[in-house]
Structure formats: C-alpha cells, structure tokens
Design a binder for this molecule. Structure first.
Ligand code: HSE
Length: 431
C-alpha cells in the first residue's frame, strides 16, 4: 500500500476538522484510495488545540517551515489563512516538490496565477476545493464533471454569513444591525466582519470560479463588489411584495460576443427561482453549461465538518494518483474569454426606492427622466400617503445599460421632491 505523509498547517476550525475526520474515516479513505494517509507533522501556534485534538506533541511545531523542511512529507495542507505566511508556505512547499492543498480563497484570488504556474512547473498538485463554498464539490464538478461544457453563466450564493443575515432580516423582520449581531454571536462572521458583509469573501470566491470557467484571473480591483451593509428591512419587504428575495449573489457570465462579467452585489432573485429558497448559512451555485443545461449545487459553505470534507477530498485526490502524481492542471491560463466587462457595460433590471414628497407630478417627472434615458418602467408601488408627506416610491425598471440607468438615477436624485439618496438594487432574471 502507498503511504501519503501529510503536513498540516493550522489547527483552527478547519484544521481541527481535518485532523478529526482523517481519524474517523481513515478506513474509508484507505480502501477508496489504496493509500495509507497520515498526518505526520503539524504546525500551529495554538497549543490548546493540540491538547484538545489529542495530537502527539512530537508531531507539533510552531513554525510552518518544519513542514516544508521535512523530506518525508509529500503533501502540505495550508489552513492558516491570510496572504503572507500562507503565501510563503505554499510557494516554498511547491518549490520543495510537495503537493499542496489549501482552503485560502483570499490568497488564490491574489496570487493564484503565480502559484498555479509554479505548481505546473514543479509538476505538483495545488488543490483548493475548500476555497469556494466549503463542502460543496463545485471546483471538482466544474473542472471534471462539466469539463465538456462552455459555462454560459454561474450564479452563486457563496457567503453563508451574508445569506444568514439576509434570511434573518427577511424572516424575522429585523434590521441589518440586529441580524449582524446575531450572526456574530453564533460565530458565523469572519474575525474581520468586513470580509463577509462588504462582499470581499464572495468576490475572492467569484474570482476563483471565473478563473476556472473562463480561464483568466481577475484582479480584485477590477471585480465589482458591493456588500450587504446598506440592504434595509424595508427593501427586503418591498422586494417580497414584488415577488423577489434579496440575496448576495456572485454573478459570472459571458454574452454572445464572449465578453465576461463578474460581479458581487445584493440582487433581487425571483421567488420562483431555486436560489431564492437557499436560506440561512447554506450556499448554492447555479451553473448553466452549454451542453448540460442548468445544474444546481447546494450545501454548507463553511464549518469544520463541511470544509474538512472538501480538504480531505483533495488529499484523497493526491493519494489516488500516487506514486506518479497526475499532472497539475493550471487554473486561469486558458484565457477562453479575455474581455472583461466593466460594471458600466453590464445590462440589468433594477429596483429603485425613492423617498418622495407626495405631491402632484412627482411620479410623472421620475417616469419622464427614465423615458428620456430610454428606460422602461415595469412596475410601481407607492403606499398611500397624505398630500405633502414623504412616502416611499418603489419602481422596477426593464433591462437597461448600467451607465444609462446611473445617469437617469443621478438626475432623479437632484429633483427637489426626492428626499434622501435613492436606493437601487440590481435584479437577476436568470434568462
Ligand atoms: N465567512 C465565509 C462565509 C466562510 O460566511 O461563507 C468561509 O469562506
């Protein structure tokens, strides 16, 4: 039987899960891969976790270099996170001829191009299933099961914390601040909550999915990212009245000319679409392939067990191809669709909420500005108010180029009868 010796860097939530489940499912992994997989070294700065997990003290070092310096280790699992030590660790491990498994989406979205090129040069595997949507095997599905497809579109609920917050706001009718506090109390939000609620975590994952689907890496600064901080209970309620739920979506799609758009923002999703019923911390990715048609992947996007399942799957993948490892497949080097659209170039439907003074001619004026920009209105809601009061005016518009829509909205915002900055959210019809 082959023997795969693994060095584990990080014994936090995910690292602990990997340690525990490698023990609990050792027999399954042995019989399915034909290899004995064992963790023979662990790098961690958390002695309490070593005790808790029962890791033999002889395995443990507080320096990741102990893993890459050990000639016996075939594979390094990077679960320390961040983009400094983790970057050095992965680079050094590959340079020293070791395979690497990582869950680090921030690192891959920043340095993926370089690290995959290095892995290919070194003829070593760099696997990353746990970096997107935790336990859902979306990476393997795209790279293997759907390999024969051109990906027309990919829509992902890929941040469980935001989905939990938005679901809670919708179902309990609570404000964003209360829902965020609840997510924090339950330990869902990242230590730096901005990574979740400002959309960065979802953007890192979207960049990885786009690199697989369309063959090129998108620098973070070119990936349009808007988080959920400004989504209000009121907008969720009006969206529901109109037949929509609000979800933080990663949208990755190409048009007929082959130009690609990749963006992350709160989005109105029709209630009849399957993604609208993905609630709580769950993640889902809806993929439209040109051969397969529509497919849906659903599961837990975070947590020790779900993420360990993905990491162990990658470790098993390396074990399956021992002793001569399968050739490393690069990611993001095919440039299938090299043209990336800017946000101004996208076409979308929009939801708008205005705070207006209830007086004759306001609606007509707003409608005439949209019409002047060639934008059609598809529905309007205005709760009954008293003449002269401020009332919300909710408008849904048909497909419009973002640039035209933004110009129209800026003009509307300058009207004297419009109080407060207009709220606008994009709508996705999955056409
Ligand atoms: N913080 C992430 C989420 C989990 O809420 O989905 C790790 O990617």
């Amino acid at each position: 039987m082959n023997h795969l010796r693994v060095g584990l860097a990080g014994t936090g939530t995910v690292g602990g899960g990997v340690w525990r489940h490698l023990q609990s499912n050792f027999d399954v992994l042995c019989s399915r891969t034909g290899a004995e997989i064992s963790i023979t070294r662990v790098a961690t700065r958390d002695p309490a976790s070593v005790q808790r997990l029962g890791i033999p003290a002889a395995f443990v070092s507080d320096d990741w270099r102990a893993l890459v310096d050990d000639p016996e280790i075939d594979l390094v699992v990077e679960l320390i996170g961040g983009t400094t030590h983790a970057y050095e660790l992965i680079k050094t491990a590959l340079q020293k001829g070791k395979h690497v498994v990582t869950a680090n989406k921030a690192l891959l979205s920043k340095h993926g191009e370089e690290l995959f090129a290095l892995a290919a040069k070194q003829e070593r595997q760099l696997l990353f299933e746990a970096s997107v949507a935790g336990g859902i095997p979306i990476i393997k599905s795209l790279r293997e099961g759907l390999i024969a497809n051109r990906i027309n579109a990919l829509y992902g609920i890929i941040n469980g914390t935001c989905n939990y917050i938005l679901t809670n706001m919708a179902e309990r009718g609570i404000d964003y601040a209360e829902a965020l506090a609840d997510a924090k109390a339950k330990g869902y939000a990242e230590a730096d909550e901005s990574l979740d609620v400002d959309g960065h975590d979802a953007a890192h994952k979207a960049a990885i999915l786009a690199a697989i689907a369309y063959g090129f890496w998108i620098p973070e600064e070119h990936l349009f990212t808007e988080g959920i901080r400004n989504v209000t209970r009121l907008d969720i309620q009006y969206a529901r009245k109109l037949g929509y739920e609000i979800k933080l979506l990663g949208i990755i799609k190409s048009d007929k000319s082959g130009a690609v758009e990749v963006r992350v923002h709160p989005t109105l999703v029709p209630q009849k679409h399957v993604l609208a019923s993905v609630n709580g911390v769950f993640n889902a990715i809806f993929v439209q392939g040109d051969v397969v048609g529509d497919t849906l992947f659903y599961g837990r996007g975070a947590g020790a067990d779900a993420t360990a399942s993905a990491v162990l799957g990658d470790i098993a993948e390396v074990a399956l191809h021992l002793p001569t490892s399968r050739k490393c497949r690069s990611v993001g080097t095919e440039a299938l669709y090299p043209k990336l659209k800017t946000i101004d170039e996208i076409v979308s439907r929009y939801y708008v909420r205005l705070n207006v003074v209830d007086q004759p001619g306001v609606l007509a004026k707003v409608a005439s500005i949209f019409a002047a920009h060639n934008i059609g209105i598809s529905s309007v809601i205005q709760p009954e108010g008293h003449a002269g009061d401020q009332v919300p005016l909710i408008i849904m518009v048909h497909d419009a180029p973002e640039k035209h829509f933004a110009a129209a909205l800026a003009e509307i915002a300058r009207l004297e009868t419009i109080k407060d900055a207009p709220v606008r959210l994009r709508v996705e019809d999955f056409a």
